[in-house]
Write a protein that binds this ligand. Structure first.
Ligand SMILES: Cc1cc2nc3c(=O)[nH]c(=O)nc-3n(C[C@H](O)[C@H](O)[C@H](O)COP(=O)(O)OP(=O)(O)OC[C@H]3O[C@@H](n4cnc5c(N)ncnc54)[C@H](O)[C@@H]3O)c2cc1C
Length: 405
């Protein structure tokens, strides 16, 4: 059989590998608008390629009900992805919190090995080939390529064209309008895993500071989403996984209606501060050292200014009530937002082909027989930490396997 794949990112590459594994005689052709395949994969994890996460499962993803994703993860989870990567000659290592990287810590090496494996398996790669049209010839798919006319007909078509995130790396979603002929819709893409623009004295004072915090997006009094993770203060606002994981809740249109709430003392930290303070209450112990035990110095200095306290203040001068007020301030840092930084800075996107239009057991379209989807083109979004590559690889493998079976 003859397979066409639009988009040679991880979803397309892993689909192609599976098609060849099912039957080496299958003919597979990958088309990508970029001059090199796997362009975004090449940039992942700051060049280190955070390729999967041991905690990835249906409940890890936003924008969908967890049970919706079970058909994919019942077939392929992070363990199977790691085993398959090992077979391909990409052994992996995991950090304490489950983030998985190639042993080489090199996204460039991963792209090279995948390209070599595809070519060795006999897949055809057409890079610099943007597909601008899909037409049907009987039950087969014919693709129109920018400046190069029509392709041969394909028995099966796999669409892995990604989202609008990071257009600098070639992201382009114009092909989705070709799917309307089959009755598909595309939900508007929203930038996700992006830094957040915000203004205030705090950014000048804390520039470069990193701290783990609970981050919540509020619109009025409504909590839209929250995440725990590292937050980095910058001249333009906030960055880091804690903030990026909630950035898709902030819409462009009414960006000024949103606030970010930072809790700098989540979980055990509040209890620890409590313990330290009551050990030193009424003593000449520096009050700053209570906070320096768990928080970055710059953040403590900033709050001392807000509390109008001298840096040398001792615990003897602070009563229980004042201490409680200080803890409340640390739990409730409210920051007015000016918007997220948009697609140019977004590592992923929400939106795309609605899941209801795809059978996740096979990744086949419910609208058009022979058409399959995988990866970020679907309306699924994972947090930072290898979850989006997990989704692209897992769905790519399922699509390839079922299209070729
Ligand atoms: C800077 C950055 C860092 C990231 N780091 C991580 C990380 O460490 N871990 C993680 O899990 N995720 C990370 N991500 C997200 C991850 O890269 C994506 O989720 C993943 O690449 C999606 O795979 P995909 O194959 O679905 O789409 P893509 O990788 O976007 O591939 C789609 C391909 O389709 C091609 N295409 C589109 N339209 C056409 C057309 N009409 N004709 C031909 N070709 C077309 C595009 O050129 C593109 O190459 C990162 C993203 C960015 C931008």
């Amino acid at each position: 059989m003859n397979f066409g794949i639009i988009g040679a990112g991880p979803a397309g590459i892993f689909s192609a590998l599976m098609i060849k594994e099912q039957n080496p005689d299958n003919s597979v052709t990958l088309f990508d608008g970029n001059q090199k395949i796997g362009r975004k994969l090449f940039a992942t994890g700051n060049g280190r390629c955070n390729i999967t996460n041991m905690k990835a499962g249906p409940e890890s993803y936003y924008s969908v009900k967890p049970e919706d994703l079970s058909p994919v993860f019942n077939q392929l989870g992070p363990e199977s992805i790691r085993s398959y990567l090992y077979e391909l000659g990409i052994p992996t290592v995991q950090t304490e919190d489950g983030w998985v990287y190639p042993q080489s810590f090199s996204a460039a090496n991963v792209v090279q090995i995948l390209t070599d494996t595809l070519l060795h398996a006999g897949a055809e790669i057409h890079s610099g080939a943007r597909v601008n049209r899909i037409t049907m010839s009987g039950s087969k798919f014919v693709l129109g390529i920018d400046g190069a006319g029509n392709t041969k007909p394909f028995d099966r078509l796999i669409l892995t064209s990604g989202s609008r995130a990071f257009p600098q790396l070639g992201a382009n979603t114009s092909i989705l309008s070709e799917l309307f002929q089959f009755g598909h819709r595309d939900l508007p893409f929203v930038p996700a895993l992006a830094p957040i623009n915000a203004k205030g004295d705090i950014f000048k004072a804390l520039q470069g500071t990193r701290v783990d915090a609970d981050v919540t997006v509020l619109k009025g009094k409504t909590e839209l989403g929250s995440s725990f993770g590292n937050v980095i203060f910058n001249d333009y606002g906030l960055n880091g996984p804690g903030v990026m994981n909630v950035s898709h809740h902030i819409s462009d249109k009414d960006a000024k209606d949103y606030m970010i709430r930072l809790n700098f003392i989540p979980g055990n930290l509040k209890r620890e501060l409590d313990d330290f303070f009551y050990r030193h209450i009424n003593r000449d112990y520096p009050y700053r050292s209570i906070y320096l035990s768990v928080l970055p110095g710059k953040l403590v200095e900033f709050f001392f200014k807000i509390w109008k306290l001298d840096w040398e203040t001792s615990c003897r001068r602070i009563d229980s009530r004042t201490f409680r007020i200080h803890l409340k301030r640390l739990e409730n840092g409210l920051i007015p937002v000016e918007g997220n930084r948009g697609f140019n800075f977004a590592q992923a996107a929400a939106g795309g082909i609605p899941l209801a239009e795809v059978d996740l057991q096979t990744m086949q379209s419910r609208k058009q027989k022979g058409l399959y989807f995988a990866g970020e083109v679907l309306d699924v979004l994972g947090p930072c930490g290898g979850y989006n590559l997990t989704w692209a690889i897992a769905t790519g493998m399922v699509a390839g396997q079922s299209a070729a079976s």
